[in-house]
Write a protein that binds this ligand. Structure first.
Ligand code: ADP
Ligand code: MG
Length: 354
């Protein structure tokens, strides 16, 4: 295990992405911009409604209409891979209301060169980096494993198992962090294999949602890439290292009151709220100066699973997705405020090598 000296405190890096107006917003007249993006990674919320003053928020990166999937990957994805090859765990969360661009940013159109999202780009780049490392030293060995799960209504489901949608259990291990029992971990040797798993998982997610009469926007999806490496040392012997990167596409963060949920939908809403509200409480506790109590990680599946990404052994990034429209302004401000709190959170990344 890593020595104390290699522990590093890093703030969660925060990027905002504002999607373009949709065709519908343009035709229905709700395309009044609610915000402007300024150099220096600042979002200026305009005083578009009565009694609303303009407000400015600054982050590590802000992406606007013209920014491509590749620009997002260069700013937020490449570093996760470089960290993983240096034996640091990583995590990127996509947060925001339904329709704000979370899935577009994380996965996008896997079949399109230009519209591929962060995750397929990361898979492509990872295999290319591993090929370069092998070419530089024939003794370099690497294994890549992928898993894909979904948390729906406080139940964890495996998106890569071909069989039934049995619920999986999470337990926390003092050194290894959260372990999901019976989760399928598929060895992946090239981008095409990763692509197949992404497609398969997306289909399973859609089938599950149909069976449960739900929309995938109400579940959290977590794709995890694990890299295990054996690196030969010049003095002889070798170093074993490993790292995990979680790509998290969160459920829509919109407040429940808007959805008019009743019955099963309401129950389901409470479940989803539990994971997202617990995430909010954990972030609030982590940013309160002088708080001694343990944040409520154990209160929801999402926070239990991603405890390390929120305060432990990980270099973490939040991608907060927002809509440009006045119509969505309340949710946009709530997302920007959540993102500002996340900026204050520190994690303690440790090199996973021996
Ligand atoms: P979410 O996952 O947050 O619910 P989606 O990613 O499904 O939202 O995005 C909603 C719609 O907006 C999709 O049709 C998507 O293709 C489009 N969209 C989102 N972000 C962008 C963007 N940056 N550029 C172009 N289209 C986008
Ligand atoms: Mg989505």
């Amino acid at each position: 295990m890593a020595g104390q000296e290699s522990v590093e405190a890093n703030n969660i890096r925060v990027a905002i992405r504002c999607r373009p107006f949709s065709a519908r917003e343009l035709t229905e007249g709700s395309a009044t911009p609610a915000l402007e993006i300024h150099p220096g990674a600042t979002v200026l919320v305009l005083p578009v409604q009565e009694a609303r003053a303009s407000k400015s928020f600054t982050y590590d990166h802000v992406f606007g209409f013209a920014d491509t999937q590749e620009a997002l990957f260069q700013a937020a994805g490449v570093q996760l891979l470089e960290n993983a090859l240096n034996a640091y765990n990583g995590c990127i969360f996509a947060y925001g209301q339904t329709g704000s661009g979370k899935s577009h940013s994380m996965v996008g159109d896997v079949h399109s060169e230009a519209e591929k999202g962060l995750l397929p780009r990361a898979c492509l780049q990872l295999f290319s980096m591993l090929d370069t490392a092998r070419a530089a030293d024939a003794r370099f060995e690497a294994t890549v494993l992928a898993s894909y799960l979904e948390i729906y209504n406080e139940k964890v489901f495996d998106l890569l198992s071909g069989s039934d949608r049995g619920e999986l259990q999470i337990r926390s291990h003092p050194q290894l962090g959260a372990i999901v029992g019976n989760l399928t971990e598929c060895p992946v040797e090239c981008f095409a294999e990763a692509h197949e798993l992404l497609d398969f998982g997306a289909t399973r997610r859609a089938v599950g949602a149909t069976q449960m009469n739900a929309a995938s926007s109400r579940s959290h999806a977590v794709f995890t890439i694990q890299v295990r490496m054996l690196i030969a040392c010049s003095a002889g012997g070798s170093v074993e290292s490993q790292a995990k990167i979680h790509f998290v596409d969160l459920a829509g963060s919109e407040r429940q009151k808007k959805s008019g949920a009743v019955g099963d939908r309401l129950k389901e809403g409470i479940g989803i709220n539990l994971s997202l509200t617990t995430l909010g409480r954990v972030i609030a506790d982590l940013t309160k100066p002088g708080t001694r109590s343990v944040p409520p990680f154990r209160d929801s599946k999402l926070t239990l699973l991603l405890k390390d990404a929120l305060m432990g052994n990980s270099r973490t990034c939040l991608l907060a997705c927002i809509s440009p429209s006045v119509f969505n302004l309340d949710e946009t401000i709530s997302t920007l405020e959540f993102a500002s709190r996340c900026k204050l959170v520190k994690t303690n990344a440790t090199k996973n090598e021996q």
